[in-house]
Ligand binder design. Structure first.
Ligand code: 6PG
Length: 264
């Protein structure tokens, strides 16, 4: 069953998610000797990563046993300002001295279809023997949600939402929309304002032992009401379609939860 924790502000929200991640990591390391974690991109998680890297928190996880993955990535080099890897590296990985062999970066610098196939293989090889419904099973997938209801790089109306075989696909995001298609399909001709992404697919995300959504800010309030209530016109939003065993665990601040509180 899905859970929703509402925290008064961004600081308490970040600490609550950090606590949850520490708990999931401790259990994974105790039971399986390692913690496999797909990081989220975007702005919100950077505060979380910096908190986990702080002296107060960093000693609570044995970082030598953590395998870092990504839920999505822009098709840019790893030192690009838009790179999710770069954001995580700058805020967390460098500080905790993550062993390079445990950092499984999506290769945004490669041709998108090749990068998606390569990452699919890397997930299956690294997580060999840990499968759920034929998908490699991560211990934790950390996700955000956009004001349009997207999560990872799964955008409303995207063909990537229909993928049921692959763990990773390439997709194209257009400003104000998305015309992506699985890598084997014909990618939408990237026009002005288009950018190509790599993303875990819904069945790959939903195979995880734990899925945590981190959502903050009043700009998410309308969509959060739609997603948590399921009461809205049109098809389900991508964030609604993430359905891990036991339900996703939502951590939101009061500003994002305001319309749920007020009923609309
Ligand atoms: C990304 C993320 C994306 C993000 C949402 C919310 O690569 O940008 O995967 O899905 O989580 O856009 O971003 P914020 O938390 O910064 O609002």
């Amino acid at each position: 069953m899905r859970s929703v924790a509402v925290l008064p502000d961004r600081t308490s929200l970040t600490r609550a998610v950090a606590d949850r991640i520490v708990a999931v990591a401790e259990e994974a390391i105790r039971e399986r000797g390692r913690f496999t974690w797909a990081l989220s991109g975007g702005r919100t998680p950077s505060e979380l990563y910096m908190l986990l890297a702080s002296p107060e928190w960093s000693k609570r996880i044995d970082w030598s046993r953590v395998h870092f993955f990504w839920g999505d990535e822009r098709c840019v080099p790893p030192d690009h300002r838009d790179s999710n890897y770069r954001m995580a590296s700058d805020t967390l990985l460098s500080a905790v001295h993550a062993p390079p062999e445990n950092v499984h970066r999506m290769r945004g610098e490669l041709e998108p279809g090749e990068a998606a196939s390569r990452y699919d293989r890397e997930l299956r090889q690294t997580l060999e023997g840990e499968l759920r419904n034929t998908f490699p099973r991560l211990d934790l997938v950390l996700l955000g949600m956009g004001a349009d209801g997207h999560t990872a790089s799964l955008f409303p109306g995207s063909l990537a939402l229909t993928e049921r075989e692959r763990a990773v696909v390439a997709t194209t995001v257009l400003v104000g929309g998305e015309m992506g298609a699985p890598a084997s399909g014909v990618l939408a001709r990237p026009g002005a304002g288009a950018n190509q992404r790599l993303t875990l697919t819904l069945p790959m995300i939903s195979a995880a032992r734990t899925v945590v959504f981190l959502v903050a800010g009043a700009d998410k309030a309308s969509r959060l009401l739609d997603v948590l209530s399921g009461q809205h016109p049109g098809p389900p939003y991508p964030a609604e379609l993430v359905r891990p065993e036991g339900g996703a665990q939502w951590f939101v601040d009061r500003a994002a939860h305001a319309k749920v509180d007020s009923g609309r």
